[in-house]
Design a binder for this molecule. Structure first.
Ligand code: SF4
Ligand code: SF4
Length: 510
């Protein structure tokens, strides 16, 4: 019934591209020019004259480009119809299809708004406008189980469109281990339904007792622990309520967790993730040194690095000079063949630089013009991820304010609410981005653009566009030096990714 009314009143027409503006120009460190065709996402070598012509005209003029192009580019223009205006219509059917077929639907249960830490950069610290703060509110068992049942129902229904879905139920807070009781209830409930899912949890790592660790590993809960590097780095921001640093406790618990994973013989199927935050002032070389030193202890880790949003804690702008030292090292390392030992020391730098290079390198090439995902800047479709707050309201993400609800545990997803969010986003996106060549690789995110109950894309655009052109320049500078650099890099990434394929095993065993 829900599907029948889905997006029934919702249709967005988006005209993509205004021409010369739909082509990007960037230069490598070696001084060579390239153009980025926003219609197909192809990168093409360009002469100085052609690059200059493109840069100095507002509107696309294919005849002018053809005139200035060399023979190979002319042939490519004919073959692939490059630099063409494509119209894409974002219809309710396309959006619904995306929601049904999305392979990694996730429900994130915000079990409590409380936390036993007071990290200085915490998004719930009160330093971030519009975000909630720590409270004593907790999720009731009934709310958690109703939400999970809704999720199970959706996944079962959507499997008809994408049988290979890999569902994930995640535990989040505040600090989710303050509600270990509820975690146990949810796991028991899901198992009793027979529903196959992966479980995951993001924790500050301070409350991991032996009993809790044994339970989590036994039930294949993939655990992400926050660790910001060495004791000095970590304790600068990650502190208990009494301001004491947490490094010693967290580090000790990570060791216990890894020992239990080993004891249960799950090293190959249950990776632990480390989440690390850094500031503009962070010495990234020192951070890298810490993780390389600890690689034997943390060898099963994957992880994510996040730059702390600027608050009064840090000034925007300048990045620590160690960042460019590390980048130069990294580019050198991926440009030369690596042995296993060297590869194992690269993981931190890959988390730091590799992900964005990978996005640029592995971008979708659309030889027949844009698909619809590019016209949302690759933002997800709300509902593919459901964050449930303590009251049972569904939100589109755990990192966004409560201004964008998309349903609740009683009624399920509110399709009209989802439609309104996508419509608002699309309006802003069309206004700001319709002539930008980088729509498909911009990686825009609702959470980073949220402003009140609407979005401000303009605010992040200038730095974003510069970042993209810098990434493309770095990527192609590296490829000019070693055309195989990204192949080696991709092969290495594959070996890391293979580790995460083990999630499927985890799911089968649940
Ligand atoms: S552990 Fe997480 S929720 Fe708790 S204060 Fe630190 S960042 Fe915030
Ligand atoms: S935010 Fe800026 S860089 Fe990103 S797609 Fe929009 S116009 Fe382009």
């Amino acid at each position: 019934m829900v599907r029948d009314v889905l997006f029934s009143t919702f249709l967005i027409q988006v005209k993509v591209g205004c021409i010369m503006n739909n082509i990007g120009v960037f230069e490598t460190r070696q001084g060579n020019k390239y153009i980025f065709d926003g219609a197909t996402n192809m990168v093409l070598s360009a002469s100085e004259e052609l690059a200059h012509t493109i840069e100095s005209h507002d509107k696309l003029d294919r005849e002018l480009i053809y005139e200035k192009a060399d023979l190979p580019l002319r042939q490519l223009m004919k073959k692939w119809d490059l630099f063409k205006l494509h119209e894409v219509e974002l219809s309710q059917d396309m959006i619904l299809d995306e929601l049904r077929t999305y392979p990694y639907p996730q429900m994130i249960l915000g079990l409590t708004e409380n936390c036993n830490l007071r990290c200085k950069y915490c998004i719930f610290s009160g330093n971030y406008e519009e975000m909630r703060t720590h409270t004593f509110k907790r999720m009731e068992k009934e709310t958690a189980l109703k939400s999970v049942q809704k999720y199970i129902d959706y996944i079962e229904e959507w499997r008809a469109y994408a049988p290979d879905k890999q569902p994930v139920i995640s535990f989040y807070g505040g600090e989710p281990l303050l509600r270990f009781d509820l975690i146990q209830e949810v796991v028991a409930y899901v198992k009793q339904t027979g529903f196959k899912t992966m479980f995951s949890m993001t924790t500050n790592g301070t409350l991991l007792t032996d009993r809790i660790i044994e339970f989590l590993v036994t039930h294949n809960v993939m655990i992400s622990v926050s660790l910001d590097g060495s004791k000095e780095m970590h304790d600068k921001n990650r502190v208990f309520v009494n301001e004491q640093g947490t490094f010693d406790v967290v580090y000790g618990n990570i060791r216990k967790l890894l020992a239990e994973i080993k004891r249960q013989g799950k090293e190959q199927i249950l990776p632990m993730m480390i989440l690390s935050c850094y500031e503009n002032e962070t010495d990234m070389v020192a951070m890298n040194d810490f993780f390389v030193r600890e690689k034997h202890l943390l060898k099963s880790m994957g992880g994510r690095l996040s730059k702390i949003l600027d608050t009064e804690l840090g000034e925007s702008g300048a990045v620590h000079e160690s960042m460019s030292v590390l980048l130069d090292e990294y580019l050198q390392e991926i440009s030369t063949p690596n042995n296993e030992e060297q590869v194992s020391e690269l993981f931190f730098k890959e988390r730091l630089f590799g992900s964005s290079l990978k996005v640029s390198h592995n971008r979708n090439i659309n030889p027949y013009g844009r698909n619809y995902s590019s016209i949302l800047g690759n933002a997800c479709i709300p509902g593919s991820r459901m964050f449930v707050d303590v009251d049972g309201t569904f939100h589109m993400c755990e990192k966004i304010s409560y201004q964008f609800p998309i349903g609740n545990c009683e009624e399920g997803l509110d399709i009209n609410a989802i439609s309104r969010i996508v419509e608002k986003w699309s309006e802003k996106f069309t206004a700001q981005c319709k002539e930008c060549p980088y729509q498909s690789i911009c990686g825009l995110c609702y959470a980073s653009c949220a402003s009140g109950d609407n979005f401000d894309i303009q605010g992040i655009c200038t730095t974003r566009r510069k970042d993209i052109e810098r990434q493309l320049s770095i990527l192609y500078s590296t490829l000019e030096q070693n055309p195989d650099a990204m192949r080696d890099f991709s092969a290495h990434k594959d070996s890391i990714d293979r580790k995460y394929d083990s999630f499927r095993f985890v799911m089968d065993k649940c």
